[in-house]
Design a protein around this ligand. Sequence first.
Ligand code: PAF
Length: 287
Amino acid sequence: MEIISDPHDMQGRARQWRGQGLKVVLVPTMGFFHQGHVSLMEYGKTIGERLVVSLFVNPAQFGPQEDLGRYPRDLDRDARLARDAGVDCLYTPEPGGMYPPGYQTFVEVESLADGLCGASRPGHFRGVATVVLKLLNQVSPQVAVFGEKDYQQLMVVKQMVADLNVPTEIVGRPIVREPDGLAMSSRNTYLSPEERAAALCLYRALLAVRELVATGAKSREHILAAVRQLISATPGSRIDYVSLVDPATLQEVEAIQGEARLLLAVWINNTRLIDNTLLSESRLCCV
Ligand code: PAF
């Protein structure tokens, strides 16, 4: 596996691959790999001829009070895991290479990025859209693969790519969970054993809602009340947002008609976790 850190070298290698007619797939990450990342890599391997994984903890998507400084990092372990997953190239740019002195261009996606995580983390999606566009320009992949855990991020990136005519297909892949249901996240490493147990309230809330919907519940009021009740009964937890949205526009819906997405952001003491699930209208009965 090749490791490239210089954006110009990355562009050069991508140009070479394009010249050879190879299909390039990119999995963008911030590292500290877990099975969720590995599943994206394994999928990427099945659909392309050259698999690039970018590893860059992007300062532009962290707010001043957020966890940029303590975000977990372990390059040696990540390189081992990427090699084992069959990655051809681990791309590890430095902040100074991505945002050199004098850097002044940012990408802003409008309404899709406004609410939900965008409301709680001002500037976050501006940083994400900017770095993802830069990575797509540096790697020129035919396909880029993202996890659905960051569902709003996936939708923001799809919109940006469509709006700016970027010739890359954006593919979302299912959330990977721990055996007990907790969505895998590099931030799970922040949790103490007690907090780790409390963090299960997110998955429990999603399961409870899936059951409600299976028995015919549709209304936003009913669904959100059930989630709020379950989460607020968990010590140490504080809801950032719970939303029932149209899966394409991320606009709030009053009831599930066809499909809706339930999105959750919850603080477990000082750690903010997100999760989501797709809900399909039950044909059984109506509540
Ligand atoms: O999801 C992430 O890890 C990051 O937001 C991404 C897409 C790699 C951009 O920095």
